[in-house]
Write a protein that binds this ligand. Structure first.
Ligand SMILES: [Fe+2]
Length: 406
């Protein structure tokens, strides 16, 4: 059974669990049987209508690139419910053994009471029940936070990068990175224009775009290129492509559209960035992975085709959508890698521990700055979302790097 099938099966089970919880609540609160069935029937009808709309919308061609009323009123609540009810069911399962143990203790106490012993613990029982209710309710609150605020709470990160070999002409050189745009109803074209304006307001010397401009729909490529064409930097706007650009089948066409918009996408290619007779080597690669990842076939060797374009005599800066290339990049002598792809976990529980992020299952490089002999890496959390328009503990990010000789 694939992971996707297992998740789908568990999702179905979680919906049955919530149906049972909902009916139990109605049974406890509504005495009249007719009224109870009427309320449950109305809730079920609304629930099924949500499914009908959302599953139907996914089959329709053409992803909207603006937030429509239908997306705000029907898709957003559905996605919030789907994610929150799934996680809340996991929490309820984790609490089940504890509740079972307490149920056993209650049974024993009841037996001792029946035998004349004066032992009662209603306070402890209430405490556990309230804790379980708060814990299973928390994913719904966190989901609403991530949908309404977390995914829009942009952070502009200032990151100093020290490069021992940096030419003097680039002391204080500033690069602005945007990543993982994922244009769609929850990252509309107008919103992307705002992010581009924020990037321009920081007056970077160069702009780096590290892929996943679209999600699955190739028809959205024109809109995302159009929204980013306003980016300005004296040394140019460069980019690399992500796995979603490959999955949507737009790698060649979006690179062409960007070229017409004055943005150069580097596809296993390099370009010298020169000032005052000195230069560094800017490199870009398409998404690549050693494992099969979605429709993308695996490569035999990461950065296997790069030896010829890494310049051992100059500083090399790599734009690579996914950070898995970092180990090999450091071996090749690439001084700095700029990546994205992970969305910082998108729903990382950073307020508990930065270690808790789903992306950590596939890469140790989830977000932020890393260093190893031979190179440095920064993983940008991106600005868009995939599948569920929710960000918790992983706010959207624009990174401004300032290079210095160190
Ligand atoms: Fe990606």
């Amino acid at each position: 059974m694939s992971i996707f099938s297992a998740v789908l099966l568990f999702f179905g089970a979680s919906q049955l669990y919530w149906a049972w919880r909902g009916y139990s609540l109605a049974a406890a609160r509504i005495r009249s049987r007719a009224r109870r069935w009427a309320v449950c029937g109305a809730v079920l009808a609304a629930y099924l209508m949500e499914y009908q709309y959302n599953l139907g919308a996914w089959r329709e061609p053409g992803t909207p690139v603006r937030l429509t009323f239908r997306d705000a009123l029907l898709a957003a609540p559905f996605l919030w419910w789907a994610a929150s009810s799934f996680i809340a069911c996991v929490v309820a399962i984790l609490f089940a053994p504890l509740r079972g143990m307490v149920g056993g203790v209650r049974w024993l106490l009841a037996r001792r009471r029946a035998a004349g012993t004066e032992i009662q613990s209603p306070a402890r029982r209430q405490f556990l029940e309230r804790t379980a209710a708060v814990a299973t309710g928390a994913p719904f609150v966190a989901g609403a936070y991530g949908l309404l605020y977390g995914r829009l709470n942009l952070q502009v990160t200032a990151q100093a990068i020290r490069l021992p070999r940096l030419p003097r002409a680039f002391e204080g050189f500033r690069i602005c990175q945007l990543s993982d745009i994922h244009i769609g109803p929850f990252m509309p074209a107008d919103e992307i224009r705002k992010y581009a304006a924020i990037a321009n307001a920081h007056k970077p010397d160069l702009v780096a775009l590290t892929g996943d401009f679209v999600t699955f729909d190739p028809y959205t490529q024109h809109a995302v290129v159009d929204a980013l064409r306003g980016l300005r930097a004296p040394f140019g706007v460069y980019g690399s492509l992500g796995n979603h650009d490959a999955w949507a089948g737009v790698e060649d066409s979006i690179a062409g559209l960007f070229r017409l918009a004055g943005v150069r996408i580097l596809r296993a290619a390099n370009v010298p960035i020169a000032a005052n007779g000195e230069s560094f080597n800017l490199i870009g690669v398409d998404f690549q992975s050693l494992r099969r990842f979605g429709p993308s076939p695996p490569v035999q060797r990461l950065l296997g085709n790069m030896e010829g374009i890494v310049d051992q005599d100059r500083v090399n800066i790599l734009l690579s959508h996914n950070p898995e290339t970092f180990d090999r990049a450091a071996e090749l002598g690439i001084d700095l890698s700029l990546a994205g792809h992970t969305h910082g976990g998108q729903a990382a529980l950073e307020f508990i521990s930065p270690e808790i992020a789903p992306s950590r299952l596939v890469t140790p490089y989830v977000a932020g700055w890393f260093q190893k002999p031979g190179g440095q890496l920064y993983v940008n959390r991106g600005i868009g979302t995939i599948f569920i328009p929710i960000r918790i503990g992983a706010p959207p990010e624009i990174t401004i790097y300032t290079l210095s000789r160190g």
